[in-house]
Write a protein that binds this ligand. Structure first.
Ligand code: G1P
Length: 307
């Protein structure tokens, strides 16, 4: 077993965010607008994911995009005309909300995934920008929520755990047994997941049949991986759904080095799906620092009306 001592020395600065998906589960909303640009309360989904990454210390954000997705890059760019207009009107607060969404020391680059060949393939498209360093992956369908308001708490914990152990890591959470076939599922040798706990992994499988799943612990879209993963991805054959799966390359990695699953403390909201999207809007709406109080009243009124 190798433990990647070199990666432990490397500063972890890069995070890959694959945004090339078609968003078929949220059509027609995502016909023209990228699903990552759909709004949860007052900002697009992608902004939550980028803010979480910046908060966890990542300084190089790599978007893996496809055609029709340029709105995502534009969102993090300056909007000169809008800024000048708001400046003229003295709308300082609004200017602040659109300027420097990420701090100046953070760079956002993008690479194209020309064909939708799977998550593993999307990550591999970022290889020239990742180089020979350990990197993180964050899937923008999944929003992390923590009741304390520190929604980046779990990603920060994952980074801390990586620096402490040097092992490849990813987040997991339990899902109902009947839904295991929608996720990557891990085998933790029967160990019980507890919030904030890190467990050793002995295996994983992408979208197993309900009867064949090793557990109900699903991989939830936040990973820290060594550069070696990219070499393994190059050799990974199409797997579940005919796509090149990141989970399959990680299973290969497990044969060479330890890997750990971190059981998250907060909750996930799947914005790749219509109901998950609505749930995210309610959750983040209720906890919004400015709108939360009024929204709670509106929400409670709706609940009363529908009783
Ligand atoms: C991807 C991963 C899967 C993971 C899931 C989390 O699947 O392949 O292992 O559990 O994200 O959302 P997808 O949702 O892209 O099919």
């Amino acid at each position: 077993m190798q433990i990647y001592p070199d990666n432990r020395m490397t500063e972890l600065t890069k995070i890959v965010i694959p945004v090339a998906g078609l968003g078929t589960r949220v059509l027609p909303a995502s016909k023209v607008i990228p699903k990552e640009m759909l709004t949860v309360v007052d900002r697009p989904v992608i902004q939550y994911v980028v803010e979480e990454a910046v908060d966890a210390g990542f300084r190089q954000i790599i978007l893996v995009t496809s055609d029709h997705k340029s709105a995502i890059e534009d969102h993090f760019d300056a909007h000169f005309e809008l800024e000048v207009t708001l400046e003229r009107k003295g709308k300082r607060q609004l200017i602040e909300s659109i300027r420097d969404i990420v701090p100046p020391e953070v760079t956002i680059s993008s690479v194209r995934q020309h064909y939708p060949l799977g998550l593993g393939h999307a990550v591999l498209c970022a290889a020239p920008l990742i180089g020979d360093e350990a990197f993180a992956v964050s899937l923008p369908d999944v929003l992390l929520y923590h009741p304390s308001g520190d929604h980046g708490k779990d990603l920060k914990a994952l980074v801390r755990e990586y620096h402490a152990t040097g092992a490849a890591l990813f987040m997991v959470e339990p899902v109902p047994r009947e839904r295991v076939d929608q996720y990557g599922i891990v085998d933790c040798n029967g160990e019980k997941a507890e919030p904030g706990k890190t467990m050793d992994i002995v295996g994983m499988v992408e979208k197993p049949k309900v009867t064949e799943a090793p557990s109900n612990l699903s991989i939830i879209g936040r990973y820290i991986l060594p550069a070696r993963t990219l070499e393994l991805l190059r050799e990974t054959e199409p797997g579940a759904g005919g796509e090149i799966q990141l989970t399959d390359a990680m299973q290969q990695l497990l044969a060479e080095s330890p890997m750990k699953a971190y059981s998250l403390q907060g909750k996930t909201y799947d914005c790749g799906d219509k109901l998950g999207f609505l749930r995210a809007n309610v959750r983040f709406g209720l906890s919004h620092p400015e709108l939360g109080k009024d929204f709670r009243e509106i929400f409670e009124e709706f609940v009363r009306e529908t009783r």
